[in-house]
Write a protein that binds this ligand. Sequence first.
Ligand SMILES: *[C@@H]1O[C@H](CO)[C@@H](O)[C@H](O)[C@H]1NC(C)=O
Ligand SMILES: *[C@@H]1O[C@H](CO)[C@@H](O)[C@H](O)[C@H]1NC(C)=O
Ligand SMILES: *[C@@H]1O[C@H](CO)[C@@H](O)[C@H](O)[C@H]1NC(C)=O
Length: 174
Amino acid sequence: MRTFCYLLLISLFTSLSNASIVEETCKNISSSHPNIAYDFCVSSFQSYNATSQVADQRTLAIIASRLANSSAAKTEARIQELMDKEKNQPRKNRLDVCMEEYSNAIDELGNAEQAIDAKRDTDAQVFLSAALDAASNCEDAFAEAEEACPLETEDGEYGQMAAIALAIVAALRR
Ligand SMILES: *[C@@H]1O[C@H](CO)[C@@H](O)[C@H](O)[C@H]1NC(C)=O
Ligand SMILES: *[C@@H]1O[C@H](CO)[C@@H](O)[C@H](O)[C@H]1NC(C)=O
Ligand SMILES: *[C@@H]1O[C@H](CO)[C@@H](O)[C@H](O)[C@H]1NC(C)=O
């Protein structure tokens, strides 16, 4: 009887860990946030090998902030590339706004990661909300000039990743 219970516990634990935590979290988030795609969420965590490690919600929140951080760093590199070949000054200024936004976002994400780790979830939420704004502020800089934003793809991916981190932290607080 004891062995049976032990085995039952093990299989229960196994079924709740790894892949299913990622899948269940992504399912929860995408069902309440129409702009977060389930597949994007799962494949992002898979790229970090989060599905092959035991990951609790707090660990997933940290992984999501790191993924948002790499996305922000990748976007910065793309902005630099665009700025280097941009001759038009007003357009260069708009790219500069985006650069500033993403540079701040990287700082906020570092603060968020520390806050999540220290279980200061309210602070983490504030940092992540500020970081998330980088994507829409960058888009706005171009929208105000009625110009297509050359960073639409990057803003979209970064925005989803930052929103995933924020949603997980919001759920931690409940
Ligand atoms: C998903 O949502 C359900 C219903 O709100 C909740 O009971 C469950 O704990 C959530 N799971 C995760 C992994 O967030
Ligand atoms: C994930 O695992 C694969 C295969 O073991 C490895 O090549 C890759 O570098 C790992 N990625 C990360 C982000 O740890
Ligand atoms: C965010 O990314 C930058 C650039 O790759 C890196 O220098 C920094 O350490 C990262 N921050 C965190 C908190 O991982």
